[in-house]
Design a protein around this ligand. Structure first.
Ligand SMILES: [Zn+2]
Length: 266
């Protein structure tokens, strides 16, 4: 048994969440990532509970994306503390929301070597996991594969973190493409043999340094992605393009045309 869920990053205003999720449900959207990218904007437990209930009612799997301002490899202790706080704030809200995965950008290489960077980030993830456990939050940290070559987060680095800390992961296919100039699906299957994958996908502009910015997802890119996805996994694909609901609906349309009926029993 396998399944694939498509959904946008973003759920619109909290006030209208029931309507939004109802609309998503009608379109066949089964996932949504709550963007705490600029701040952890859900501060009240009542709001989180309302969102959780609406998601359950309309069959939407929720995840959350922690703020962008995170660098677990900073040389500045205050910046590390701030980064850890932003991740933990996301975890607390995520726990209230019934979110299982907290996606985040782990950090930059700074002046130290890639190996040192890896060790710093690993150590801090282990520390964060202890906090999560202490607070009994039912969430998993999911560091994301990153698109710029000067940013920590190659597929190999994220794989190693999963192996050595037991954290979860987010494969951003657009970032992998921008970083490596191609998506080596066989390599990704090898690095991430897990039964479930949490992924991001959208169109992307990039140059030799990697990612420039996300853009609308083209039908050609979607077809290529969908035909290359492993068939035996539970995959969630969050679209982060400037029109993520439209692109998620387009993804579903392509997926439903393309994949033989027996893969659709989820
Ligand atoms: Zn991200």
């Amino acid at each position: 048994m396998s399944s694939i869920k498509f959904g946008p990053a973003g759920m619109g205003p909290v006030k209208k969440v029931e309507k939004t999720f109802e609309r998503y449900n009608k379109k066949g959207i089964k996932a949504c990532e709550i963007p705490f990218t600029y701040q952890v904007y859900i501060k009240r437990k009542e709001d989180a509970t309302r969102i959780r209930k609406a998601a359950k009612k309309f069959g939407i799997e929720l995840s959350a994306h922690a703020p962008y301002w995170i660098n677990l490899n900073s040389e500045d202790k205050e910046k590390i503390k701030g980064s850890e706080k932003r991740i933990l704030d996301s975890c607390r809200a995520g726990h209230w929301l019934g979110v299982k995965r907290i996606v985040f950008h782990a950090g930059f290489y700074e002046k130290n070597s890639k190996e040192e960077t890896y060790l710093h980030i690993k150590e801090r993830i282990i520390g964060l996991q202890k906090e999560i456990k202490k607070n009994k939050w039912n969430v998993k940290l999911a560091p994301e594969t990153m698109g710029k070559i000067n940013v920590f987060g190659s597929a190999e680095e994220i794989h190693k973190l999963v192996e050595e800390t037991g954290c979860y992961f987010c494969i951003d296919f657009a970032h992998v493409l921008a970083r490596e100039k191609k998506i080596d699906f066989e390599k990704l299957k090898r690095l991430f043999p897990q039964k479930s994958w949490h992924c991001h996908f959208s169109g992307i502009e990039y140059n030799e340094k990697g990612e420039k910015h996300h853009k609308k997802t083209s039908e050609k890119e979607l077809k290529e992605l969908i035909s290359n996805l492993p068939k035996e996994k539970n995959i969630t694909i969050i679209n982060e393009s400037p029109s993520p609901v439209w692109d998620s609906t387009l993804s579903l349309k392509i997926y439903n045309q393309k994949i033989p009926a027996f893969y659709q029993h989820f």
